[in-house]
Design a protein around this ligand. Structure first.
Ligand SMILES: C[S@@+](CC[C@H](N)C(=O)[O-])C[C@H]1O[C@@H](n2cnc3c(N)ncnc32)[C@H](O)[C@@H]1O
Length: 294
């Protein structure tokens, strides 16, 4: 690990206490209400913690799959510059609204944003080659996510229904790729993003295990293999809490559908648990590290 990274990692405990407030409250007043449309947002406290720990004011932070712009918003609030790519025009529109809102609240950093395919990030942001201190991102895990519920009270007495649980119907969105295709594309995105890193720069990825047809898939492990296949070395691994911590215990913040799915899995004899954390994986380019650390 180089000096920058080791100094920074020493500043973080292995468990990041990022779920003390529910996601809804973390976003309240800081993000536009329409941002709820996005089905798989990063907790703002995770983005802010990572950016604060691994960058300094004036540094550049990049998110190649920026969704509604959580990484960008938290970066500019912390006086960092930010650059994002997002495939879906609707989410780009939401990011623009969130960045405007952040500036209106005094955020000092300068953001830039492109609507496009992050597999081409090295070309889309050629001007930023070698400049980023940090790439912070998370991959989409499948077209169906947990979404939000609308109860009979909200929809005129109908059944409980589910909203905001799909990324889009565009097959080009990587959320629609089966796992091997998603990992292949994510690898290309990581390789392209790595060209934007300055020497010693870091790539941080939040990811959690997923269940596909009841089978538990070690997505963090597969992301590590993919990143290593693209010249990156794992230099840190943390648990970023989605749950709260109170009186030495966890405060469950799993959604209605996560709890329902967990219960159904248990009814089928699968020892499932609702997720209480995301893995935060930290990488550096192997070529930036001494040979013994690659
Ligand atoms: C897990 S979400 C990221 C959410 C983001 N961290 C936030 O807090 O809003 C992954 C994002 O990747 C986007 N995406 C999917 N395929 C893409 C591609 N080829 N290029 C860029 N973005 C893509 C999805 O539309 C989705 O918004």
């Amino acid at each position: 690990m180089n000096h920058n990274a080791s100094t920074a990692t020493a500043r973080l405990a292995s468990v990041l206490v990022t779920g003390q407030r529910p996601s809804r409250l973390q976003r309240h007043g800081r993000y536009t209400p329409e941002s709820i449309r996005h089905p798989g947002k990063m907790l703002p406290a995770i983005a802010a913690t990572v950016i604060e720990a691994f960058t300094r004011p004036g540094d550049l932070v990049v998110d190649p799959m920026c969704g509604i712009g959580t990484t960008l918003v938290e970066a500019i609030h912390l006086g960092r510059d930010a650059a994002g790519v997002e495939y879906e025009p609707d989410f780009v529109h939401l990011t623009v609204g969130n960045l405007r809102h952040a500036h209106a609240q005094g955020a000092a950093g300068t953001p830039q944003l492109v609507c496009g395919d992050a597999r081409n990030i090295a070309t889309l942001y050629r001007a930023l080659e070698g400049r980023a201190a940090l790439v912070l991102t998370s991959p989409p895990y499948g077209s169906h996510t947990h979404g939000h519920i609308r109860s009979g009270r909200d929809n005129g007495g109908g059944k409980i229904d589910k909203r905001h649980h799909r990324y889009s119907t565009d097959r080009g969105n990587l959320a629609h790729q089966p796992l091997p295709g998603l990992l292949d594309a994510f690898g290309r995105i990581l390789a392209g993003s790595a060209t934007l890193l300055r020497p010693g720069g870091l790539i941080a990825i939040t990811v959690r295990p997923i269940r596909v047809k009841g089978e538990l898939i070690d997505l963090p492990g597969q992301v590590i293999d993919t990143a290593q296949g693209h010249g990156l070395t794992l230099v840190g691994r943390y648990a970023a809490l989605l749950a709260g911590l109170r009186d030495g215990g966890l405060v469950n913040r799993a959604s209605f559908f996560q709890m329902l799915e967990t219960r159904r899995a248990r009814d089928r004899g699968i020892p499932a648990c609702a997720t209480a954390h995301e893995d935060l994986l930290l990488f550096q380019r192997a070529s930036d590290l001494p040979e013994a650390a690659r």
